[in-house]
Design a protein around this ligand. Structure first.
Ligand code: PA5
Length: 440
């Protein structure tokens, strides 16, 4: 389902200064290989529950979606950060482009999906003006059950629903939050609202393969079993493979070694519009997990490379100038797909003109592939290290596998940096300050 080509990180390709020699890379693989067995043993002790999410029982999610999805016009997620970005990424990758613009028949009567992950008054107001709240399910998602932005959005929605539906407002709410803790769980218990549990011990950014990401997708008719099946397939592979052949370990190591070499920027550039939001999701995963002031021994370390998302081919007309000729401070990761769902032919117009003739009779698919290859070659010539993750296609299985792959990669990277990849004190600090300022 996933292939990785690391040729363009080698010093043979991008020069001694900017690449890794084979011998150094092989030595590094051996040096840090113990982190794979360490991770496996922590998992067995129940310390890495996100790795077991692909095996969870999802019947309650499927049942609820089966009973209710087609009765509503809209499904609106209220959540932020790890409680929103995974849903956005899955939705864009697995539902048709412009899904919300398609008609009911084209959506097979599944609701439109919106995610409100901000407290922008214009945006929230505009959406609430556009939809009929009585024909909408609002899924409030918050692991802590006390995130100000999400609670504020809930309060606005609650007001609207109560005005419109009176005590029947509860039918239009689903809350996904911690099983025991937090204000939202209390609210669920008091008001007897339908709820799902966020997985215990799993931080938001590692929770996409739980009810957090799966419930909204099930409501749009995506077969969520297939998403998990892809992740299971990859997990089984990881459990068998030696570190030298473990792509999550190898890519974590590459990202880490290049960061040590001064490549402080990590670009993720998918060549498929449907994967754009996966790069945005990854940006959070990598940044929030590895951007840390202290290492595990309490020493100040200020770790982390800065993840940047770009999109092929669009950003070839924007970012690529900088990547090719600006400071050589980046490691670039491409994602490409072996197959798109569509093969789009370019009609045979303008055949005798140099500007357009070469395009006539070809396909968008060929053009996309050639542009990716061209960018890769140009970057390599300019001694810019890069590697490519190639998906067989874009399907629930490959996307499930890809998300799981990135999560494991990030957990390995935490071990390489010797930081806690599962906390976010810098985010919590901001939350506390907002809380104090608003209380005043
Ligand atoms: O990854 C994380 O833990 C964070 O990004 C959280 O998802 C984000 O802060 C929202 O928190 P909560 O789900 O508690 O509302």
């Amino acid at each position: 389902m996933i292939k990785i080509n690391f040729n363009n990180i080698r010093s043979k390709r991008v020069g001694q200064k900017h690449g890794l020699t084979g011998s150094f890379f092989r030595r590094s693989i051996k040096k840090y290989a113990h982190i794979c067995s360490q991770t496996e043993s922590e998992r067995r002790q129940g310390k890495l529950p996100f790795l077991d999410l692909p095996y969870q029982d999802i019947r309650n999610i499927e049942d609820l979606a089966g009973q209710r999805a087609k009765k509503y016009e809209n499904f609106v997620v209220l959540g932020i950060g790890g409680s929103a970005l995974g849903t956005i990424a899955l939705h864009q990758a697995l539902n048709q482009p412009f899904y919300n613009l398609s008609n009911q028949l084209q959506r097979k009567h599944f609701p439109r999906l919106f995610v409100l992950d901000n407290v922008d008054p214009d945006e929230t107001n505009a959406l609430l003006q556009l939809i009929n709240p009585a024909r909408t399910i609002f899924n409030v998602i918050s692991k802590s059950g006390r995130t100000s932005e999400t609670i504020a959005s809930l309060m606005v929605v609650l007001n609207l629903l109560k005005k419109k539906l009176g005590s029947r407002y509860k039918n239009n709410l689903i809350i996904t939050t911690d099983a025991q803790k937090g204000f939202l769980r209390q609210f669920v218990k008091q008001e007897k609202i339908v709820s799902f549990e966020t997985p215990r011990g799993v931080e938001g950014r590692y929770s996409v393969l739980s009810p957090v990401g799966l419930l909204p997708l099930a409501f749009t008719g995506v077969d969520i079993k297939r998403i998990l099946a892809g992740a299971v397939w990859l997990d089984k592979f990881f459990q068998k493979v030696i570190p030298e052949k473990n792509p999550a370990y190898l890519t974590a190591l590459i990202n880490f070694l290049f960061n040590k070499k001064g490549k402080n920027i990590l670009v993720l550039m998918p060549y498929a519009a449907g994967l754009k939001e996966i790069a945005n999701w990854y940006r959070q995963l990598w940044a929030e997990s590895l951007g840390k002031k202290y290492d595990l021994s309490g020493k100040k370390v200020f770790t982390g490379s800065t993840p940047v998302n770009a999109l092929g081919v669009t950003d070839q007309h924007s970012q690529i100038q900088l990547y090719n000729e600006g400071p050589n401070d980046k490691l670039i990761i491409f994602i490409e797909t072996g197959k798109f769902r569509t093969e789009l032919a370019i009609p045979r117009f303008f055949s005798n003109t140099p500007e357009a003739g070469f395009l006539a009779g070809k396909t968008f698919n060929q053009l996309m592939q050639a542009e990716k290859k061209g960018t890769e070659i140009a970057l390599t010539k300019n001694q810019r290290p890069n590697y490519t993750i190639k998906l067989f296609n874009i399907s629930p299985e490959t996307i499930g596998a890809l998300l799981y792959f990135f999560e494991l990669q990030t957990a390995y990277a935490g071990k390489l940096y010797n930081v806690n990849a599962f906390d976010q004190p810098g985010v919590e600090a901001g939350k506390q300050t907002t809380f104090r300022l608003m209380s005043k």
